[in-house]
Design a protein around this ligand. Sequence first.
Ligand SMILES: [Zn+2]
Length: 113
Amino acid sequence: MFCTNCGKEINDNAAICPYCGVVANKTALSNASNSNSNQSNTMAIVGFIFSFFFALVGLICSIIGFKKAAELGGNGKGLALAGIIISSISIIITIIVFIVVIGGALAFAGSVA
Ligand SMILES: [Zn+2]
């Protein structure tokens, strides 16, 4: 496309004309600000990362990130959802392991006594 101000040919995706600095493509500019808000959904990213190490923290952050994703028009929604699923599975596994360990300890205590 061509700059509306100076008429020079510029990249279709360029938000600002590199020759005169005038805002050339308002769509590209709003897309750029959308991708900025995409980056600002750190809760989804934090929740996703934490879901591997601290499932409960990951779950809480992912839920917050998921709600924030709705505000941001779906940005980070998939990541937040993945964080919720992974942390939920981690919590379930932790509970199962806990029950098995307690059950085993009780069975061991029973066999000793
Ligand atoms: Zn220009």
